[in-house]
Design a protein around this ligand. Structure first.
Ligand SMILES: Cc1cc2nc3c(=O)[nH]c(=O)nc-3n(C[C@H](O)[C@H](O)[C@H](O)COP(=O)(O)OP(=O)(O)OC[C@H]3O[C@@H](n4cnc5c(N)ncnc54)[C@H](O)[C@@H]3O)c2cc1C
Length: 462
């Protein structure tokens, strides 16, 4: 070994040593219900450092971004977790073409701050802006924009594979990898760069209506479906009756903004947090919310698109996550089956006395590119925010969740994977029938199953 190689190797070891932040750490998801004890958490600050870690370890590897997924999707027992949050550079941005290239640890909030002065906006993301782009791509998230899933705005990704090579994947090259990695929960490799299409930061105006569920379905088809003026749309269904909905639609407008602020400031959520604790969590108050909220949101409001897209998850965070905590679940229901599914949902919720804090309906158009796609047809996404007591087994939660999953599968729908792994293996296979195709692609790019996590271990390993 030459002296230079020796010094280089020594320096690389030093860098790796410094990157290893903790040994035998217990990784918690945001709900604190699914702890996983891992061997190491490593936080590389460059792609070459990440490359060296992947090449040098024999341990199973998982990736973590913002750590908002809720069932061990970011970790595997005794494995290594690679925390991507320091890989957060904005690589380039072409303002004229409305295209941005970023590293995976970049958060949506960071992109918004960067592009807002150019009057550009992220096209598809979650309803909150503190998730990482890498975590969002690997889940193939969606928001309130009727465009649907994030993959529709992705031009290409660069992905670091198990053999240490970096390849570009898109609709033109390594297409199998592209369609598997988007929504692939980090099981194909580390996404190290992504190029996304942006849109204009236009003025948007809010319109709200209250109606019954059956009125909502016809309202949706006449007013919202395929309406290009609609920028965001969702409907809140009030528990525990699940009869009345508050519909909130944001349309394109030429009107002047009534809120001049361009992006929300992260720390002004005190009121929301108190309302959240009182009006949503405690049963008698839930009824009051269904009376107060429609009035509150009926106020005329014109904002910038970016303003409405810059909420933080802090606005939802409970004051304490013990003895109870909040979890999310999401079900994708074919458009024609909404009323029928909601009827079944309500019966199950009432039977098990589940404390549903909020149920929000969004529209997700068909998406058939990603292999583990959750909206194989135009669907309503029902996002439930639920309060549960903390327990290790979560026996009762598994029971009612499985009943709900059976109900959604019976109407031809699916459920979302970034949340707790309560589904049975059979339910998973039913909801994601292209699993074998996904596993074949994984076998091609990651033959030794270097990349794994609890989702993979529970549902994809024989
Ligand atoms: C309060 C709240 C609100 C939410 N709202 C929405 C919503 O509106 N719409 C929606 O679709 N979802 C929503 N979600 C779910 C959320 O989008 C996912 O949990 C998402 O993964 C969070 O991003 P993250 O940065 O925390 O990813 P993480 O949870 O850290 O990671 C998610 C997955 O991505 C993988 N991953 C992360 N980085 C990389 C990388 N660089 N390369 C390869 N794999 C990687 C991880 O291994 C993991 O499997 C919400 C969740 C919460 C808690």
């Amino acid at each position: 070994m030459t002296r230079i190689t020796y010094i280089y190797n020594f320096l690389m070891l030093l860098v790796l040593h410094n990157a290893i932040t903790l040994c035998h750490e217990t990784i918690y998801d945001v709900s604190r219900l699914s702890p996983v004890t891992v061997e190491q958490v490593v936080t590389p600050s460059s792609v070459s450092e990440l490359q060296s870690i992947i090449k040098s370890t024999k341990k199973p590897i998982s990736f973590a971004g913002g750590r908002f997924s809720q069932g061990g999707q970011i970790a595997c027992p005794n494995g290594i977790v690679i925390d991507t949050t320091k890989l957060n550079a904005i690589v380039s941005c072409n303002i004229d073409q409305k295209i941005i290239t970023v590293q995976p640890g970049t958060r949506w909030s960071q992109i918004q701050e960067y592009i807002d002065p150019y009057n550009l906006s992220v096209h598809v993301m979650q309803s909150y802006n503190n998730f990482t782009v890498g975590g969002s791509l690997s889940v193939n998230v969606h928001g309130r924009d009727p465009k649907g899933s994030l993959i529709k705005t992705v031009e290409s990704i660069k992905i670091l594979l198990a053999d240490g090579s970096i390849v570009q994947a898109s609709r033109e090259q390594h297409t199998d990898l592209f369609y598997a990695a988007l929504g692939g929960y980090g099981l194909l490799g580390a996404i190290v760069e992504v190029t996304l299409k942006l849109t204009d930061n236009i003025n948007i105006e809010r319109y709200t209506h209250s109606m019954s569920i059956s009125e909502y379905v016809s309202y949706f088809f006449t007013q919202i479906y395929n309406n290009e003026q609609v920028i965001f749309h969702n409907a809140n269904v009030y528990p525990n009756e699940f009869k009345k909905v508050s519909v909130i639609t944001w349309y394109k407008t030429e009107n002047n903004v009534t809120i001049s602020q361009r992006l929300q400031q992260p720390d002004f959520y005190i009121k929301e947090m108190i309302a959240e604790q009182l009006l949503r969590r405690i049963s008698p108050f839930k009824h009051i919310r269904s009376l107060l909220e429609p009035k509150k949101i009926s106020k005329k409001l014109v904002t910038y698109r970016n303003y409405e897209m810059s909420y933080s998850t802090k606005s939802l965070e409970p004051i304490m996550r013990w003895p109870s905590t909040s979890i999310l679940q999401e079900y994708f229901v074919p458009l024609h089956a909404l009323e029928h599914f909601l009827q079944q949902y309500k019966t199950i919720i009432q039977k098990y006395n589940v404390n549903v804090l909020n149920l929000s309906i969004r529209y997700v158009p068909q998406e058939t590119e990603s292999i583990l796609n959750y909206a194989p047809q135009d669907s309503f996404a029902l996002v439930a925010y639920i309060n549960v007591f903390r327990s290790t087994e979560q026996y009762i939660e598994k029971k009612w969740t499985r009943d709900i999953i059976n109900a959604v599968l019976s109407v031809g729908g699916t459920y979302y994977l970034p949340y707790h792994l309560y589904a049975t293996k059979q339910q998973f296979q039913h909801a994601y029938p292209k699993l074998q195709e996904f596993l074949n692609i994984k076998q091609k790019y990651d033959p030794n199953n270097t990349f794994t996590n609890s989702l993979h271990q529970k549902y994809m390993v024989p």
